[in-house]
Design a protein around this ligand. Structure first.
Ligand code: ADP
Ligand code: GLC
Length: 484
């Protein structure tokens, strides 16, 4: 089985969120199952600076009938996985991956059309033709279309199957319609039944139509995509492809996220001996400039600062909690300026209780996972979510909103605590700050008043297994079904 995995980011090289974690860990796991898999991502500015070896120069990538783009492929490796980097400096040597910090690049459609077409050029260059092209999100949603429309008579490709994994259905890749021709999309496809949404090109819609299989990154999110209220406006579309649509939960890369061996931590620990977790807690308090005291409950949160992550619930809930109780909260994140300003203002209001690190730091994210007692993840929607899964392994009990993948991976403690022997976190449903605060207080009550019970829940959480070794199986089955 040969699979070309195409994505817009990959952990260890360039990352903005969980897509990068999956684009690394899933192919690496596939190799262990004897799949011949290669990964293709763009060569963004920080990668150009690395000067990885060039494997092919002056490759001409054709996007439409007329335009050919001179590109280069570089090559590197992640845990034994060969990663090809598509270099085209006009499109990818830029400040950010998708935007300049404020605004999405206007020509994103063309940039990722080039990535999709380059996937075929890469195969030609390597003289290696996959059985499956595995695409991820809107950035690679054009590939199935190009395969069926541009390559339909090319015997090297036309037997190949395509999988499109939806990591986040809220980002659909809207492109102004004047790009149609330049992107090689004939205007007969610019209808509501294919690419058109609100008089613009919607890349994800086209991807849903032309892919041989589509999957959401959890069964819970799959169900939400089928329902009008929670499908980001595409419910009717997802329902129309139901027979080729599934939900497959992500795994966790325990090679990166394991408190027993994590190099970013000041001390390691395991379920057998949690003492290192206390060391991590006090070191984190010190690092973040908070009073050092292992007895004060510490709540953590790491995230892209976007509405999806529920800051409209969390910020008022945190403000209330900080003014009522002796707690500490640490937030690590970057993104939306309004959310950023709100977090700064909380820090000014509660300098001894609340610490906000604005920015992106992988090492600090590991230390927050380890040093916190409770993890906050009150997302409005969450296709899968990885931080709650990391939190389980680090014995940091998550407070979640019961949605999508959060609901699928965390077992919430009942209000009467009847299920405390099997619960792994705390949950709420209603999208209100009050409901969020109530769940945070429920977690704190167990932490402060029933420490034995809290510890039992920590051990239950740490024993949960979301390894890719298991999570890869449905993908293997899917590839087999598609190509048999
Ligand atoms: P999403 O993909 O929607 O952002 P996930 O929970 O699937 O959410 O994955 C987020 C990933 O990005 C996690 O690995 C998380 O630790 C990481 N991350 C998000 N924001 C930051 C940040 N500011 N610094 C470091 N890592 C971050
Ligand atoms: C997306 C989702 C997140 C998911 C990740 C990896 O960014 O927002 O829930 O875990 O992709 O699939």
């Amino acid at each position: 089985m040969k699979v070309l995995f195409v994505a817009s980011e990959a952990d260890g090289l360039v990352k903005s969120g969980g897509l990068a974690d999956v684009a690394r860990a899933l192919p690496v796991e596939l190799i262990k199952d004897n799949v011949d898999v290669k990964l293709l991502i763009p060569c963004y500015r920080p990668l150009i600076a690395q000067d990885y070896p060039v494997v092919a120069d002056s490759v001409s990538v054709q996007v439409n009938m007329w335009d050919k783009f001179g590109c280069r492929f570089r090559k590197t490796e992640l845990d034994g996985l060969t990663v090809y980097l598509l270099e085209h400096n006009v499109y990818f040597d830029r400040e950010g991956m998708y935007d300049d910090g404020n605004q999405a690049y206007e020509d994103n459609g063309l940039r990722y059309a080039l990535l999709c077409q380059a996937a075929f050029s890469l195969c030609e260059t390597l003289d290696w033709f996959p059985d499956v092209f595995h695409c991820n999100d809107w950035q690679t949603a054009l590939l199935p279309f190009y395969l069926r429309e541009h390559r339909q008579f090319d015997a090297r490709f036309n037997q190949a199957k395509t999988v499109l994994t939806i990591h986040n259905g809220a980002y659909q890749g809207y492109v102004p319609k004047h790009y149609l021709t330049n992107m090689g999309i004939h205007e007969r496809f610019f209808t509501d039944a294919v690419f058109e949404s609100y008089d613009q090109i919607n890349l994800m819609k086209g991807g849903l139509i032309f892919s041989d299989h589509v999957n959401a990154v959890s069964p819970g999110y799959k169900d939400e995509l089928l329902a009008d209220e929670t499908s980001h406006g595409l419910g009717y579309f997802f329902r129309s492809i139901q027979d080729k649509f599934s939900g497959i939960i992500n795994g966790c890369d325990y090679g990166q996220w394991n408190p027993e061996v994590d190099h970013a931590l000041p001390a390691n620990y395991s379920a057998e001996d949690l003492s290192g977790k206390t060391t991590c807690k006090t070191a984190l308090q010190q690092e973040m400039g908070l009073p050092i005291n292992p007895d004060i409950p510490l709540l953590g949160n790491i995230s892209r600062l976007v509405d999806q992550k529920g800051y409209n619930l969390l910020i008022p809930a945190m403000r209330e909690l900080l003014s009522q109780q002796d707690v500490q909260i640490i937030v690590l994140g970057s993104g939306d300026p309004v959310i950023t300003a709100d977090l700064h203002s909380l820090q000014h209001q509660f300098p001894d209780k609340f610490a906000f690190y604005k920015g992106y730091s992988v090492d600090l994210s590991h230390r927050i996972e380890a040093g916190s007692d409770i993890y906050l993840m009150p997302s409005i929607f969450e296709p899968c979510g990885l931080n709650q899964i990391y939190s389980l392994r680090y014995g940091t009990l998550p407070v979640i909103r019961k949605t999508g993948g959060l609901k699928d991976t965390v077992k919430s403690l009942a209000l009467n605590s009847s299920n405390w022997k099997t619960a792994t976190g705390f949950g709420f449903e209603e999208q209100t700050p009050e409901a969020c605060l109530k769940a945070m207080k429920q977690a704190l009550k167990v932490y402060l008043e029933k420490p034995e019970r809290f510890k039992h829940m920590q051990l239950t959480a740490m024993a949960k297994d979301f390894s890719w070794e298991t999570a890869v199986k449905p993908y293997l089955k899917l590839y087999k079904e598609l190509t048999d």
